[in-house]
Design a protein around this ligand. Sequence first.
Ligand SMILES: Nc1ncnc2c1ncn2[C@@H]1O[C@H](COP(=O)(O)OP(=O)(O)OP(=O)(O)O)[C@@H](O)[C@H]1O
Length: 317
Amino acid sequence: MIQIPNDEPKIELRGVHRVFGDTHAVNGVSFTVHAGEVFGYIGPNGAGKTTSMKILATLDEPTWGDARVDGFSVIDDPEHVRRRLGFMPDYYGAYQNVNVREYLDFFARAYGLRGADRRRAISFAMDFTGLDVLAKKPMDGLSKGMKQRLCLGRTMIHDPSVMVLDEPAAGLDPRARIELREMIGRLADLGKAVLVSSHILTELAEMCDRVGIIEQGRLLAVGTVDEISGQFEATSQVRLRVLGGAAAAGEWLSQHDHLEELAVNGERVSFRHAGDEAAQADLLAQLIGAGFRVIEFTCKTKSLEDVFLEVTKGRIQ
Ligand SMILES: Nc1ncnc2c1ncn2[C@@H]1O[C@H](COP(=O)(O)OP(=O)(O)OP(=O)(O)O)[C@@H](O)[C@H]1O
């Protein structure tokens, strides 16, 4: 995956709002995605991901603000946007008595592809998704993973420069998920800008160049996973057990800086510590030096899931 700085973004949301009655589904969201970049759009259920994606796909319009695809406004130039964008929704119908090739052929025709161009587009999509061996298989007989590939093939049939994928990994088994990640990487290698959503940060962490975390319609953080984690990894959760009771150790610790949320319960003490591992090792040595009989001492930095839970507060609307 490459990241090309200083070029025009392929996707640009500029202060996008979408209001449904009392619900501010998308609340002033702005971000960009460049050619060759995979951007993960992460948020809990009802956060506003699908609504933003539908606006990009010209299936809905912003109440205020604008979004651009390859420089074209979704409000002023929706026809140009549609030609340049492929949208994979989080649901799709399976047609009865339609095989893989026929399904792709239908969508290629819908995009106005003819003759040799249409045959080439179908072959490329089947090749890319590894469905060439299943060309004659009826669509309703495909596994979930294979249907997802077919849907991806349909989304790329008109060779869009922008791909918007709504929860593509939902319900896939681990192998299908790894294969999907690999396909998304190859889309980026082809120079496409890929926007992919999920409500699970870890599901996307490895495949995305950058992520945006959204909750209640607001974008709470944007950056690489490391950048976002770094903002929240400043403290570790420390737990210790002191033989014979921890009240005195708790009292001793409460005199120290860089400690928060100190709690004592029987032999156990827990607190948040703002220092690095060396500082924690020093603290343990001081505790033992002060005569406390420490039998357990653990430090846990935040996992990606912890970071996600901290960024999003679990509010729903
Ligand atoms: N057409 C609509 N009319 C009224 N409210 C809507 C409409 N579409 C979405 N909403 C509301 O907007 C909010 C955002 O919904 P959206 O589907 O964009 O969230 P999401 O992040 O995609 O969630 P999920 O992961 O559950 O798909 C929700 O509160 C939803 O109920």
